[in-house]
Ligand binder design. Structure first.
Ligand code: NAP
Length: 277
């Protein structure tokens, strides 16, 4: 029997056991996926001895993603560039591999909901310069976007990211966002604005082309103010729940040997469990 887990501290809130539990049952796999509390002080040691803990791999969430990055013996391109690991697995030689699947989750969601979204153009605006934005910028560059504008309340953080990701990324001030909007083929919110308990994200989308795709990685609530405004303007829009579901796919495949699908039934189950609206 192969066992995997989601690890972090605290871990009780994680929806990953529901997602992986659904796929284990759907595919009739005799395996398990549990939530395991791993305090940051012991995280690196824990990840360095997964087999001793009876695990073939795990997901990693707050606050352990950098610890997992350090513990991994082999990192893929996404993990290296993003600088954090959310998925670990032991390969056939017992080597601990690390990846960051958030960017793939972002792409998988858009590919599923709006299959031609990346034929729309090659200029994107990313709102936010926190942890999640790194995965989104990596994803957009990997899909061939040639101009990725990063707008953040704290401009220095956007500039630091632009320096890290290179000449196809441009830091822009939050105050001049209105002008930059006119350039965009894709607008994505990676700030925590709009999330339940946080202030709404309120930006004037007037300058945005009607064909620009608008997406939010905030998924609680499902319909953020940004997505409502985009719909009202007639822009194609995609919510962030699919990213959460799609980021889980590569880990399940590594641990259990089957590539699972993000189905409408899975989405409905999570929407119900989380009470999303
Ligand atoms: P983070 O590292 O804390 O970054 C927060 C970002 O929001 C920063 O850019 C911050 O700007 C900005 N921000 C916060 N309050 C603001 C305000 N009042 N006005 C303007 N900007 C503000 O958070 P994160 O880990 O990147 O996560 C961001 C969001 O993404 C969360 O809602 C999270 O749930 C969501 N997320 C979703 C998925 C998914 O699978 N769909 C995956 C990961 C994350 P400053 O730099 O100026 O502080």
């Amino acid at each position: 029997m192969r066992n995997a887990a989601v690890t972090g501290h605290p871990i009780g809130h994680s929806k990953s056991p529901l997602i992986h539990g659904y796929w284990l049952k759907q595919h009739g796999i005799e395996g398990s996926y549990i939530a395991q509390d791993v305090p940051p002080e012991t995280a690196e040691t824990f990840y360095g001895s997964l087999a001793k803990h009876g695990l073939v791999g795990c997901n990693v969430t707050i606050p352990n993603k950098e610890h997992a990055y350090k513990a991994a013996e082999k990192l893929d391109d996404a993990a290296k560039t993003i600088g954090a690991v959310n998925t670990l697995w032991l390969d056939e030689d017992g080597v601990l591999n690390g990846s960051n699947t958030d960017g793939l989750g972002f792409l998988g969601n858009l590919d599923q909901i709006l299959p031609d979204w990346d034929n729309n153009g090659n200029k994107a605006i990313v709102l936010g310069a926190g942890g999640a934005s790194r995965a989104i910028i990596w994803a957009l560059l990997s899909r061939g976007f040639t101009e990725v504008y990063i707008a953040n309340r704290t401009l220095e953080k956007a500039q630091k990211l632009a320096d890290h990701f290179g000449p196809n990324t441009i830091a822009v001030s939050w105050d001049t966002l209105g002008e930059t909007l006119g350039e965009a083929d894709l607008l994505v919110n990676t700030t925590s604005l709009g999330m339940a308990g946080q202030p709404e994200l309120t930006i004037d989308l007037n300058n945005l082309s009607k064909s620009a795709v608008v997406t939010d990685i905030v998924y609680s609530p499902l319909q953020t103010n940004l997505l409502r405004e985009a719909k009202a303007q007639g822009n194609p829009s995609v919510d962030g729940l699919g990213m959460l579901l799609h980021q889980a796919v590569p880990g399940f495949e590594k641990w259990f040997g089957v590539r699972p699908h993000v189905t409408a039934e899975l989405r409905e189950m999570i929407v119900k469990e989380m009470g999303l609206t």
